[in-house]
Design a binder for this molecule. Structure first.
Ligand SMILES: Cc1cc2nc3c(=O)[nH]c(=O)nc-3n(C[C@H](O)[C@H](O)[C@H](O)COP(=O)(O)OP(=O)(O)OC[C@H]3O[C@@H](n4cnc5c(N)ncnc54)[C@H](O)[C@@H]3O)c2cc1C
Length: 526
């Protein structure tokens, strides 16, 4: 990965500031002359974009509608417990290290990232479990314990995952697919590796045991994809985890958000909260700035939207300025599933539980079908249970544990009335946990908070309350996904889960890296 040096203009300005008061005035004047980049939204994609633009010499203003940064990675604090709202599994730490280095700093001086091992434990409906380990030998031993006949196939699968990761992530993950030509150039390699298949389809070519198939194919759910429908390019995640590990930020993922905000402010950029962008101002096909809901207009030389990509086009860019991302096209798109998230703290600790547990119901394919086809809520839900206090006990009061449990559910097209269904569904989850891996849970809950698909819509502006924006299907990937440089409006750029390459922390950090290769250079200030 290439590292951009500090922009010469910034270095010179810094030296000037070391001189005299006169030098400081020059600095202010020079800073005001730098091109202005407005970033809408402070999710990881927006924050990473802001850091990269600041390092390029842009004067950066981030406009965030909420009262805190991070978007899906914001934080809830309640009754002495700290809950990361969303992402907790950090799989490519070097992508964060790159951002710190761009600012002449080290990630480790701001954030303590700890490797989590085992990565996670899958608990099946019949009580059997599979533990996924960082160590390849331990992992092979685990496969051999469950399905001795699949060890050779597992090895071959991991070799394929490594090839897909090299091509799909290391080589192409930061390459903009700006035309159908870009796509066609790389298509043969991707097809050769099985990219046209689904994740489950490719996994099934290598292993036979139904449980091992689940263990190797559930990852797309982490980025909003249906394993039976998501392009097998996402099989790269197995290798990504093995190669760079699974990490947790001490203090919670929000420590990374706080660190990035510090980098932006250190560059002279600013973040404004409760700044809700109502429109992107477009004149003669060119983005000129944004208008806030308050009526204020903020002028910009370039606008970068980290708001949901579909929402950006549907609601922020005027319809007359759009040729590709019309309302009709956006209405016909496939959106990812949503999530029901229950954050809770317990009066006692559960040392027998790993940091990450996946509790599977009796159905896999049929349940996923129900979720993605937008049917009613299932009673035999599968759950992902996060216990951050397994790694960082400071996130709960002494003797307590903090958790969140996440259940994939249909997005808002399913017409579930969350105002009335949230509490019964929370109770159903509580009962399921109590009946399986957390006996007596209902008597131990000290604090409780839920997020529903309606919150994803209301809080983050996500179309249909999708938790991961546009679904990562083959026909909504690469060039087919909203490009990072708008196809419709000059001077408008997009980063985040709904753009290329896709959702998840490595995906949205890559979108900011692609942006870096697309925005115009800043002419040094003299
Ligand atoms: C519960 C959950 C768990 C997850 N777990 C993981 C995980 O463990 N590992 C992983 O890699 N990924 C995980 N993900 C996925 C990952 O969190 C997301 O893909 C990623 O954080 C999205 O980042 P983003 O850049 O798209 O911005 P978002 O987080 O979507 O933020 C966008 C920001 O834009 C703001 N905004 C929107 N519209 C406007 C407007 N008009 N004006 C001003 N501001 C606006 C929003 O308020 C928000 O702050 C998880 C997601 C969820 C929901």
């Amino acid at each position: 990965m290439g590292h951009l040096p500090l922009h010469p203009a910034r270095k010179r300005l810094y030296c000037q500031s070391m001189l005299t008061q006169v030098g400081r005035c020059e600095l202010d004047a020079a800073s005001a002359r730098r091109p202005h980049a407005v970033v809408i939204g402070s999710g990881f994609g927006g924050l990473a974009a802001a850091v990269r633009l600041g390092a390029r010499g842009y004067r950066v203003t981030v406009l965030e509608r909420l009262d805190q940064p991070g978007g899906r990675a914001s934080v809830h604090r309640q009754d002495g417990f700290t809950f990361d709202a969303g992402p907790t599994i950090v799989t490519a730490p070097f992508m964060f290290e790159d951002l710190w280095r761009l600012c002449g700093s080290e990630l480790s001086s701001d954030v303590d990232l700890r490797a989590v091992d085992p990565f996670y434990r899958l608990v099946f409906d019949d009580g059997e479990s599979i533990t996924c380990y960082a160590d390849p030998a331990a992992m092979e031993a685990e496969i051999a314990r469950v399905a001795p006949g699949d060890v050779a196939g597992y090895r071959r699968f991991m070799a394929r995952s490594a090839e897909i990761c090299r091509l799909g992530f290391e080589e192409l993950g930061h390459v903009p697919f700006m035309s159908i030509g870009d796509l066609l150039r790389h298509a043969p390699q991707l097809l050769k590796l099985g990219g046209h298949r689904s994740v489950f389809g490719l996994v099934s070519q290598f292993v036979k045991d139904p449980k091992i198939r689940v263990a190797l194919s559930f990852h797309p759910l982490f980025v909003g994809g249906n394993p039976f429908d998501t392009t097998a390019v996402y099989c790269l995640i197995a290798h990504l985890e093995r190669r760079w590990g699974v990490h947790f930020a001490m203090g919670g993922t929000h420590a990374l958000v706080k660190g990035l905000v510090g980098l932006i402010e250190g560059q002279g950029g600013s973040i404004r909260y409760r700044a809700d962008v109502a429109k992107i101002v477009v004149e003669a096909g060119v983005a000129k700035g944004v208008r806030l809901a308050s009526g204020e207009t903020v002028a910009a030389d370039i606008v970068v939207s980290n708001a949901d990509a579909a929402d950006t086009y549907r609601n922020l860019v005027p319809a007359e300025a759009r040729k590709r991302w019309t309302d009709r096209k956006l209405d016909g798109a496939k959106y990812s599933m949503s999530l029901f998230v229950w954050y809770f703290g317990t009066r006692r600790r559960y040392p027998e539980l790993e940091h990450h547990t996946i509790l599977l119901g009796p159905r896999y394919k049929a349940l996923i079908g129900d979720i993605f086809k937008g049917k009613a809520l299932a009673e035999d839900m599968s759950l992902y249970l996060h216990r951050p206090t397994a790694t960082d006990p400071s996130l709960a009061p002494p003797g307590c544990d903090a958790f969140y449990v996440l259940s994939p559910v249909p997005h808002l097209d399913a017409s579930i009335d969350w105002a009335t269904q949230a509490e019964p569904y929370r109770q159903a989850i509580e009962q399921r946990l109590s009946a399986t891996i957390m006996p007596g849970l209902e008597h131990e809950v000290a604090t409780s908070l839920v997020t529903t698909p309606q919150d994803f819509k209301d809080r983050y502006g996500s179309i249909k309350g999708a938790a991961f924006s546009l679904a990562p299907t083959l026909l909504q990937s690469a060039w087919f996904r909203p490009n990072n440089r708008s196809e419709d409006v000059q001077g408008l750029y997009l980063v985040g889960a709904g753009t290329q390459p896709g959702a998840g922390l490595p995906g949205v950090l890559s979108s900011a890296r692609i942006l870096d290769s697309l925005v115009p250079d800043v002419v040094p200030v003299v």
